[in-house]
Design a protein around this ligand. Structure first.
Ligand code: SAH
Ligand code: SF4
Ligand code: F3S
Length: 448
């Protein structure tokens, strides 16, 4: 019998990738994805633990799911409730305690076992399960080959976990040690996607540029070499990667930006702070000047390269002078896009127990000031695109008839009237911008 599975995904793109793989894993059990929890026999929350707010959302969503489970039970229907992802990994036992109606809890490294866990839960009266092990064998060896390409763009996880232990961050604890998938496995997944119509692949990893997968030659390949390997796949027109750590930007990656036209000129390179004192307390292992030099080298390799970043304000001990150094750095580099957050105390991380926590009101003020600057930079970057002709990969229908939405090389959303051209890369004459997107018209009679 066909059953419905509803997955709600929080957090980073790696969770988005994992959720897609969970759908594939569950298909042989007769589960098809549904778009509302009401239609589901199995609800999975794929969670994020990176900031307090992200974790809190899970418990409030679980409240709603509980009411749904009770309502379904009144009608004689069963709803299996599962919590996966990074909150599950970090606080699995607490979830089972706080939410007794949750049937399954599993971590990001054990979701390949989902089918057996769900089969167990379907058996009435079976015990609740907590599976947050870090198995000795990488889960990728147990996942079916990815097949559910849903459009012209796809995520492909090539690296997982993190050994960096920045003092604010939970990721090394929730995702475990760094692991790189072998090159052959990555190429095979990419080839399959391209065969199903994928034209752009975003390589994913918590530290994607720490990638060092075993190559077909028996040697470890870096991300630059992997990108070159992927660029040989006919039909793969665009390659991106995220998220990178400044300390792992090596010569091979910079050279790939110079030599590989398929590699898009847009890099998300989190800096977190512009003050060396703070960077050191964060255990980031780079200074503000090292970051500046990396950006210079990337821009020399590819002159139109655009940058995005992550910032944390109000890290313990951050002074006004430190914050001003962050504003200076952002002002100098000029980001096309950026994410900024107030420091959030995460239990178990070194920075959480530091005495000199910054008051909430100061964090809010600093975030506001930084975000105004970053918003202005994004606006200026978008404005500078007006009058240019950009190649746009058309990904999905827009709001109006005949309108499609795609991405520029710099990851901006572009709206354009282009009836029947879904999935194509077209040249768009950019004529307008709004806060987060560009608009334009098809450049006359040319196809990219
Ligand atoms: N691996 C990436 C980022 C992973 S988490 C890197 O090394 O940069 C994504 C972003 O969340 C981080 O870049 C950071 O800006 C933010 N973040 C992580 N922990 C945080 C915390 N405790 N408080 C606020 N922001 C945090
Ligand atoms: Fe977290 Fe730092 Fe690892 Fe990024 S590099 S995932 S911020 S510990
Ligand atoms: Fe969140 Fe885990 Fe990703 S904590 S950011 S879902 S690695």
């Amino acid at each position: 019998m066909v059953k419905g599975v509803f997955i709600k995904t929080y957090g980073c793109q790696m969770n988005v990738y994992d959720s897609a793989r969970m759908i594939e894993l569950l298909a042989p059990l007769g589960f098809l994805p549904v778009t509302a929890p009401n239609d589901a026999d199995l609800v999975i929350l794929n969670t994020c633990h990176v900031r307090e707010k992200a974790a809190e959302k899970v418990y409030s969503e679980l409240g709603k799911i509980h009411r749904l489970k009770i309502a379904k039970a009144h009608c004689g229907d069963t709803l299996i409730v599962a919590v996966g992802g990074c909150v599950a990994q970090a606080e699995g036992a607490e979830i089972l305690h706080r939410a007794p109606f949750v049937d399954l809890v599993f971590g990001p490294q054990s979701y390949h076992r989902l089918p057996e866990l769900v089969v167990g839960a379907l058996r009435k009266g079976s015990a609740r399960v907590l599976d947050t092990n870090f198995p000795a064998e990488p889960k990728f060896d147990y996942l079916p080959e990815a097949s559910a390409a849903q459009g012209v763009t796809a995520f492909l996880t090539v690296q997982e976990g993190c050994d960096k232990f920045c003092s604010f961050c939970v990721v090394p604890y929730t995702r475990g040690a760094e692991y790189s998938r072998p090159v052959a496995q990555v190429l095979s997944e990419a080839r399959r996607g391209v065969g199903e119509g994928v034209r752009e692949i975003t390589l994913l990893g918590q530290n994607v540029n720490a990638y060092h997968g075993e190559g077909p030659d028996g040697k470890d390949w870096g991300l630059g070499e992997l990108i070159r390997g992927l660029a040989e796949l006919p039909g793969l027109d665009r390659i991106r990667y995220t998220t990178s750590h400044p300390g792992d930007v090596d010569d091979g990656l910079i050279a790939a930006h110079r030599d590989v036209p398929q590699l898009m000129p847009f890099v998300h390179l989190p800096v977190q702070s512009g003050a060396d004192r703070v960077l050191s307390a964060m255990n980031r292992r780079h200074t503000a000047d090292v970051y500046r030099r990396i950006v210079d080298r990337l821009r020399s390799a590819r002159s139109d390269l655009a940058l995005s970043s992550d910032f944390i304000v109000g890290f313990p001990g951050e002074s006004e002078k430190d914050f001003l150094a962050t504003l200076d750095l952002a002002g100098e580099i000029g980001f096309a896009q950026a994410f900024s957050f107030k420091y959030s105390r995460r239990p178990g991380t070194p920075a959480a127990s530091v005495a000199s926590q910054v008051p909430e009101s100061v964090k809010s003020y600093r975030l506001d000031v930084l975000q105004r600057l970053l918003k202005k930079q994004q606006h200026d970057f978008n404005e500078a695109c007006v009058g240019q002709v950009l190649p746009v990969l058309l990904e999905k229908p827009g709001r109006c008839d005949g309108q499609l939405v795609g991405r520029s090389p710099y990851l901006q959303s572009v709206h354009v009237a282009a009836p029947g051209r879904l999935g194509e890369i077209v040249l768009v004459a950019i004529s307008g911008t709004s806060a987060n997107s560009l608009s334009g018209s098809l450049a006359p009679a040319v196809k990219a």
